[in-house]
Design a protein around this ligand. Structure first.
Ligand code: GDP
Length: 378
C-alpha cells in the first residue's frame, strides 16, 4: 500500500513537472519568435516590358485638315513704275546719240547719220525712220532750224506726234459681260499681263474672272491659276486639250452669275499649225460673243525684245481676230524702245499697255509724251 502510494505521488509529480515544462516552452516561444535567416537575392534583371495588345478601339476617322484657302497677297500700293526709271537700256542708247548731236555746234551730215543710227538701233524700222527724218529735213528748211538744240526739240515733237492721239482707253461696256481676249505667241507675256491687270482691277474694287483658254499647255492654266490666287480673282479652267471656247463660255456664265463685268481670257500661243491656231482663236471669239458676253478688247501681246520680228506675228493675229490694242511687254529689258513707233505706224493699232517688269505692279498705261521724254532724257 505504502509502495502504491509512493508510485502515485511520483506519477503526480511527473505530471505536474511536464505540464510546467510545456508552459515554460510556450512562453519562451512567444517571447523569441523564430526568425527566418535573411535571404540575399541576386538583383533582379529588368523585366522586359510587355506591352499588352491594346484592346481594339473604335477607329475614329482622321480629322480632315483643310488647308486654308490661299489668300490674295495684301495689296501694297507700290509706286507705279515710270518709263524714265525702267527704260534703262533704250534710254542710255538713244540719249547717247542725242548727246552726240547736241555736242556739235551745227547741223551737218554727221548729225543726220547719228539720228538715223539712233532710230534704226532703237528698232524704229527703216520705213518709219526714213519717214521721220524726211519730215525733219523739211521742217529744218521750212522753219529755219539751225542749231542742234532746235533740231532735237523738233525730233522730239515729231516722235510724240507720230504716236499721235490714238484712243488708248480700254473699253468696258455697260450691261454686258465684257470679254478681253489676250492673243499672241507663246512666251510674250499674255498670262503675266492678265495677272497684272487682275491685280489692277482688284485694287480698284472691280473683281474679274480669269479664263484659262490656253488648253493646249497645262502649264499655262497652272500659271494663270497662281496669278488668280495671288490677286484674288476667280478662275475658270478646262481640261488639257479641252475646248477653249467652252472655257470662255463657262467663264462668261460664271461672271454673269456673280455680277462680274469683266472676263480676262488667256488664249493659246501655239498649236500644231498656224492655221489651226488662227481658226481656234476665231472660234473662241465667236463663243465669247454669245450673250451676255461681248468682246470689247482683243489685246495683242508683243514682246518688245523681239523687235521687228514681233510685227510679222502681229499682222497674222490682226488678220485672224481683229486686234483693238497692243500690250507691249518687256520694254524694261531692251534697247529696242523704238518698236513702239513701228507698231503704231505699221500696224495702225494703238499701244494701250506697257509691261515694265515681272511683278504685279509693273504694268502701266502707255503715255507717248512720257515715253518720248524718257528716251531723250540722258
Ligand atoms: P505667255 O506664254 O504669253 O503667257 O507668257 P508669260 O506670261 O508666261 O511670260 C513669259 C515670261 O515673260 C515670264 O517669265 C514673265 O515673267 C516674263 N514677262 C512678262 N512680262 C514682262 C515684262 O513686262 N517685263 C519683263 N522683264 N518680263 C516679263
Amino acid at each position: 500500500m505504502g509502495v502504491l502510494l509512493v508510485l502515485i505521488v511520483l506519477a503526480v509529480l511527473l505530471l505536474v513537472g511536464s505540464v510546467g515544462m510545456i508552459a515554460v516552452g510556450r512562453r519562451r516561444a512567444r517571447r523569441a519568435p523564430y526568425l527566418e535567416p535573411p535571404v540575399t537575392r541576386p538583383p533582379e534583371a529588368p523585366r522586359p516590358v510587355v506591352v499588352a495588345p491594346e484592346a481594339p478601339v473604335a477607329v475614329e476617322p482622321e480629322p480632315v485638315v483643310v488647308a486654308p484657302e490661299p489668300q490674295p497677297e495684301p495689296v501694297v500700293v507700290a509706286p507705279k513704275p515710270r518709263f524714265r526709271d525702267r527704260l534703262g537700256k533704250a534710254r542710255s542708247q538713244f540719249a547717247g546719240y542725242v548727246g552726240n548731236v547736241l555736242s556739235r555746234t551745227s547741223i551737218d551730215d554727221a548729225t543726220w547719220d547719228d539720228l538715223e543710227e539712233a532710230l534704226i538701233l532703237a528698232d524704229v524700222g527703216i520705213g518709219t525712220t526714213t519717214a521721220i527724218l524726211d519730215d525733219l529735213r523739211a521742217r529744218v528748211k521750212s522753219e529755219g532750224i539751225t542749231t542742234p538744240q532746235e533740231l532735237i526739240a523738233a525730233l522730239k515733237a515729231d516722235l510724240t506726234a507720230a504716236l499721235g492721239d490714238a484712243d488708248r482707253s480700254l473699253h468696258l461696256d455697260a450691261g454686258v459681260t465684257n470679254v478681253w481676249l489676250f492673243v499672241g505667241v507663246n512666251g510674250v507675256g499674255k498670262t503675266t499681263t492678265i495677272g497684272k491687270l487682275g491685280r489692277r482691277f482688284n485694287e480698284a474694287g472691280t473683281p474679274v474672272v480669269m479664263a484659262a483658254a490656253d488648253t493646249f499647255r497645262a502649264a499655262a492654266a497652272e500659271q494663270l491659276e497662281l496669278w488668280s490666287k495671288r490677286v484674288g480673282a476667280d478662275l475658270v479652267r478646262g481640261n488639257e486639250g479641252g475646248d477653249p471656247g467652252a472655257v470662255v463660255f463657262d467663264a462668261v456664265q460664271r461672271a454673269a452669275a456673280k455680277n462680274v463685268t469683266l472676263v480676262l481670257a488667256d488664249t493659246a500661243g501655239r498649236l500644231h499649225t498656224k492655221v489651226n491656231l488662227m481658226e481656234e482663236l476665231k472660234k473662241v471669239r465667236r463663243v465669247a460673243e454669245r450673250e451676255p458676253g461681248k468682246v470689247t478688247e482683243v489685246l495683242l501681246v508683243i514682246d518688245a525684245t523681239t523687235g521687228q520680228n514681233g510685227l510679222v506675228q502681229a499682222k497674222q493675229f490682226g488678220e485672224a481676230v481683229g486686234v483693238s490694242g497692243v500690250v507691249l511687254t518687256k520694254l524694261d529689258g531692251t534697247a529696242k524702245g523704238g518698236i513702239v513707233l513701228a507698231i503704231e505706224k505699221e500696224l495702225g493699232v494703238p499701244i494701250k499697255l506697257v509691261g515694265l517688269g515681272e511683278t504685279a505692279d509693273d504694268l502701266v498705261d502707255f503715255d507717248p509724251h512720257e515715253f518720248v521724254d524718257a528716251l531723250f532724257d540722258a
